[in-house]
Write a new protein. Sequence first.
Length: 400
Amino acid sequence: MSDSYPLPKNWRCPLDPPAEYKRLRQEAPVTRVQVWDGSTPWLITRYEHAYEALGDPRLSLDFRLPGFPHTSPTSAARVERVLPFPFREDAEYRVQRAMLVQEFSPRRMETLRPRIQSIVDERLDAMLAGPRPTDLLAAFALPVAIRVICELLGVPYDDYVYLHGLSCTIGSRDSPKDEAGRALEEMDGYFQRLVEANVSNPGDTLVGRIVAEHVRKGALSKQDASAMFQMLFHAGHGPTAYMICMGTMALVLDPDQLREFRAVADEPRQLSAAIQELMRYVTVSHSGRQRVATEDITLGGQLIRAGEGVLVQTDSANRDERVFPNPDRLDIHRTPHRNLALGHGIHLCTGRALALIELEVVFRTLFQRVPTLRLAVPVEDIPFKQNDNLLGVHEMPVTW
Ligand code: HEM
């Protein structure tokens, strides 16, 4: 048993996972780490084990099971609340997830592409008309990601500063338990009111459709619906906004790759492969995927007993030299290989089709319209969110 988790990261190379993962992949790919409350879950760092673990139904995301590896007080605070579907017991989870399958189908998401393009164009027009340097997060990445999810769900866009603030408190490992609890409470109140409004008058939005089809017919409680929509709001904007910032950073710091990217951006297949490579390289959901064993299993030759916690470190897996040659190099022509940035197995990201379309539109448009985009300060001066479940920034000054 070894390190305390999360492992220290060198913020001068913010796009690289902690260097220690390389040694662990080699010497102790399934090992124990100590988390904030003194418990010692298993840490998985190799791709093959991460892939196997995320695909194994005996490793559960049910937050309430004893031994579940809560990596922060905020995570632990959630146990006392109505949990969103991904963190529920298996049968309930499957029922609620099935309600969303059609809503997020690739075909349906594809119909949003023109609207996403106009949101991106509008935000870029506004950014380019404003002062230089500017903060890419506040001027572009957040407004784009939040407007898309707000329109899809049917959440008033004007409420986004308030809701994003609550999301940040919930996602930060620094938030004390009572503060995180209060933020969860407020978020819940907000979405309960949205559910009520749709019960009386369902809108032609995702929230309206779920309420009409499932809440009004008694198949989904109002509480569960509120938890579901909170989850969709939270998961549907933060990772996308930070991926826009971190992906931009990766490209502007590597002028050769940026040149290559701009050369292929009009070719849909190559654009899609380039986005996959950016997702792999950045792995913005960089905190370990939390699981608990419901039966004894063996992973990488190591016995993991029922009731023991597991953290599947996908940022490390995505830099595994056994799978990705020269893994620390961004290479937008890399032969596509399934990376784990959007997860794998039953909990594979619900919004993946939407996220990929947003990122394709964003990066193609951003670098075509603003070819001279660059950081306005050295990387060392960028305020990163150093204790967050996502690899993100407080702000990212850019100029052009
Ligand atoms: C770049 C953007 C995104 C990234 C990197 C990302 C990443 C992930 C990852 C890694 C998981 C798996 C969690 C686990 O296995 O423990 C996940 C699940 C999920 N994501 Fe995303 N996501 C993104 C965008 C979105 C969007 C736009 C939505 C839309 C609402 C969304 C909704 C969800 C939901 C609901 C889950 C839970 C799925 C389940 O447990 O069945 N995500 N996401």
